[in-house]
Design a protein around this ligand. Sequence first.
Ligand code: C5P
Ligand code: ZN
Length: 463
Amino acid sequence: MMQAVLQEAVRLLRTHREGKISLVSHLDADGIAAASILSKALDREGIHHTVTCMKLDQIPDVEPADLILFSDLGSGQLNHLSHLDHCAKIILDHHPPLEYSVHNAVHVNPNLSGYDGSSEISGAGISYLFARALDRENADLAPLAIVGACGDMQDFGRLSGLNREILEDAHSTGLLEYGDDLLLYGRYTRPLFKSLQYFSDPFVPGITGNEFGCKQLLETLNIGKKDVQWVTLSDLSFQEKKILASELVKRSIHHAPPDLGRYIPQMIIGESYSLTHEELSSPLKDCNEFATCLNACGRRGRFEVGIEVAKGNRGIYYDMLVTLLQEHRASIACALENMSNTPVRRISGLQVIDGSGIPDTIVGTCTQMLLGQNGIDTYAPLMAYTPSDRDPDVYKISARCSRLLLYRNIHMGKAMRNAAREAGGEGGGHAPACGAYIPAGHLDEFVQHFAGLLSLQLGQPHG
Ligand code: C5P
Ligand code: ZN
């Protein structure tokens, strides 16, 4: 069914190929990966186009063109496209679509064809399917779709559904390899103790956020160092990884709620995805880290740098990307430091933190990283708010939870969308990660609604 709509989208593109064409994508890793795939595919067709990546609240500012391709956004903002009624539109998105009819558009969304857009395919994945429908030769862009899926945290245990098909495309081009490994971040680039220290889903007692504890464990196990130098995860032997994995599983099972304990191993050992042609120590080698690089470019206001690098243009762009990554990490570290003493309120099962002072571009990433830190419970959802950069009378909300809570059938994106609507705002997103914009005067009302809906989902009493 999706093939038919993809073909319709391809026809629409071909009809407008001589017109003014713009790509509008989301300003996160998935969105930038999506824009890179589409831009490369259009370059190959000799189709001139412009590219913009933006935050969701900027959609009303999108300028008209003969044809606009929206990627990784649009489906949740169909109500903000009426000023573009006269423009042809292709929407390539995986967010839950609004029930809203939109003029002059081909809407490609996996949720409309019986797939789960939260877990089975990303915005970059849909964009890839479109590029492949345009020309099979675009199969070499499949690795970027995997980067997008990782950016949206769809690599939970292993990629599944349509992502799996795309993974096979990526693998068969020889550009991507995958296999089971410890699911630590910084496989090729970080000293092992640092990778351990930042591991927080699941929370590992004595390890998560504890540099000293990480070094001590590695010394006890006699792994992690070659001569006096710290090694990275990728330097460990299979046997060493096994020893480390069983220690992490043992510790975190002990700490996990009884009903979730049996899912712990798959949070610690799972598939990892690497790009074969990237250098070993490059932050682009591991698909998850590649995603962070793209995110860094977007959040630092330089999405075009990420797009150039993803399209294969290195040199100066690569140097700029590395600088942006360093700046991004510094700004997150600074924001987390500023928040280390901020109290956490508990409303029913929801943890709420005032993130005022955090730029709205990184409040989502900070919320994610705060889970398991500073006494914040990993096994309860966390929500942060900060004034929006665009309008200080509006709060940007981000919420995150451990992916383990998906086993209790939580869907925070649905709760977020409904609570935001009730409070006169707009929001949505995926099961473990979502966001919203809420008028400042309605924040408390929103929090109450959101906490209540989450309690209902989790079968907890609210009040
Ligand atoms: O902004 P943040 O990173 O917290 O967003 C998490 C997820 O929620 C993203 O997938 C984003 O697209 C989605 N979201 C949404 N509507 C909003 C804000 C965020 O669907 N108003
Ligand atoms: Zn996405």
